[in-house]
Design a protein around this ligand. Sequence first.
Ligand code: NAP
Length: 323
Amino acid sequence: MQVVPYSARQFYLVLPPPTHPLRSAAFARKALPPPPVTLSGITRVVGLFGYPVEHSFSPLMHNRAFAEAGLDYVYVAFPVPPERVAAAVAALPALGLAGVNVTIPHKEAVIPHLDGLSRTAELIGAVNTVEVVDGARLIGHNTDAPGFAAALRRGGVDLAGQRVLLLGAGGAARAVAFQAALDGCAEIVLCDVAAARATALAAEVAGHFAPCRTCAIPLTAEALRPALAAATLLINATPVGMHAGDVYPIDLAWLHDGLFVFDLVYNPLQTPLLAAARERGLGASNGLAMLALQGAESFAIWTGRPAPGESMLATLEGHFGAR
Ligand code: NAP
């Protein structure tokens, strides 16, 4: 083992030697130097509960952000199998963690083990961030929703008054639909291959936000074409576009002037939908900013400090090779 003096505060970071397979496998893939990590007897720990978690880039993004903000925090990925969720959540106050992110498959399963939910998490019915309040109470938040709104604002788009066509009614679409209604969209039209899922989500949103006209439509050209023509904001919250040859439920030739296109997909960064939108001269964003800014919201919840959102996005851009 090699001991590297880390800072003037004389904390030490113990790393495997540069040739160690663990170290080279972890970092060769990213073509980036490892994030600086400060560990001490008072380092606050946050992390990720999911199963699996090995693929996660949240440790990279958050540890860089903590270092940049000068905060003595560390972010660790914890693989928590489903049968251990209750025990893992119960251990948070005992271990003194400031909080955790929660990912697949635990976003709904953690809820019964928490003491309270933010309004957004309650509406969406899913938690992606747990906050340990006063070392004792566990509050569940959903930062996908405000992360989505922040990403749109970053693209110059305000949700208020928008007429939205939302493709998909799964987990991410739930966060998008409730946030869009919370932020004053005029209309949300939903569709999904699982038609009953779209109908149920439309009814739920309509039940909470009557002024926002919300409905579900079938996945047919007859229904989708006029819905898109009337929309000011098209949001893709399906996985369509992640793989070569994917077929969208809309015809990309139907994109029209004045439409903004937001694709939650971030891998690849440029989907066929985004390419078609940009070719037409439309405003368009991929899902990378949403990913970074939901992380920034979690960072702020745990630390009480504003997150360096732009540099968190830059970390992801480096990771995904956007530069
Ligand atoms: P999900 O829960 O599986 O929901 C996807 C929904 O889309 C499902 O209801 C699915 O139906 C439906 N669908 C699949 N193909 C479709 C098609 N051709 N037309 C209409 N509907 C279709 O997944 P998710 O977690 O919501 O994620 C959706 C996408 O958003 C993924 O690409 C994910 O990577 C991305 N995402 C991005 C962020 C971000 O921060 N940028 C955050 C979350 C998710 P079936 O279940 O019947 O297939």
